[in-house]
Design a protein around this ligand. Structure first.
Ligand SMILES: C[S@@+](CC[C@H](N)C(=O)[O-])C[C@H]1O[C@@H](n2cnc3c(N)ncnc32)[C@H](O)[C@@H]1O
Length: 206
């Protein structure tokens, strides 16, 4: 179900947006997302029922992809790796397209409802809605290649205040300047605009 349902969910929906600066649009390829999820899986071990958040979730491919690739093999099981997959996006048009894709995925006859019920899409400025995506967050993904320095600094300050010890932060191209973050690995992946480095960090508090 997973790949075909995901592809169907996004079929005909936009793939690019004309934003500039911190609103510039770009994504990982599906193959790159799977590569990142494999690295993440090794780090998370047996941990289950976690919360995954995507700050700047755009058209929703990462949030829906994470929920979709995380189906327990036993259909009756409830021990998902990610119990909650949250996306927060500031641009209403991108949020609307992501919501349409989520509806299509939820309507898929094989496991769609199980995937859809674990996804939450929020249309808001992430800086003003952190209680919705940061509290309880275990894994944070930020495709921040084009985020400007002031935005990164504000996100860093939020993470320093709220991110839980042990949480994992995955960023693209640049790190978030937060004292609590310790980079642990880097991988190169393909994105819609070319290659990029993925930086994986862990929240460490003394
Ligand atoms: C490079 S795109 C990443 C899209 C998606 N995460 C992915 O990887 O497929 C970055 C997104 O961050 C959004 N964004 C920028 N500033 C934001 C903010 N303050 N709050 C929420 N979203 C923001 C942009 O509108 C854009 O959709």
């Amino acid at each position: 179900m997973r790949r075909s349902a995901l592809a169907d969910a996004f079929d005909g929906l936009p793939t690019a947006s004309a934003g500039a600066g911190s609103l510039t649009y770009g994504e990982l390829t599906w193959a790159s997302l799977l590569q990142v999820l494999r690295s993440l899986s090794l780090m998370l071990g047996e941990a289950r029922n976690l919360t995954f958040s995507d700050l700047g979730s755009g058209f929703g491919r990462v949030v829906l992809g994470v929920a979709c690739f995380d189906l327990p093999s036993d259909a009756a099981a409830t021990q998902y790796r990610f119990r909650r997959c949250v996306g927060v996006e500031i641009e209403p048009k991108l949020h609307a397209a992501a919501t349409a894709a989520l509806q299509r995925l939820t309507d898929h006859p094989i496991g769609g409802a199980l995937v859809g019920s674990r996804v939450e899409l929020i249309c808001a400025d992430a800086l003003a809605s952190s209680e919705q995506w940061l509290e309880g967050c275990d894994v944070l993904y930020v495709c921040c290649t084009c985020f400007d320095t002031p935005l990164l600094a504000k996100i860093g300050s939020l993470l320093d205040k709220t991110l839980r010890e042990g949480a994992i932060v995955i960023t693209v191209t640049q790190s978030i300047p937060a004292a609590c973050l310790e980079p642990v690995s880097e991988i190169d992946v393909d994105c819609t605009w070319g290659h990029a480095g993925i930086i994986i960090s862990v929240c460490r508090r003394e």
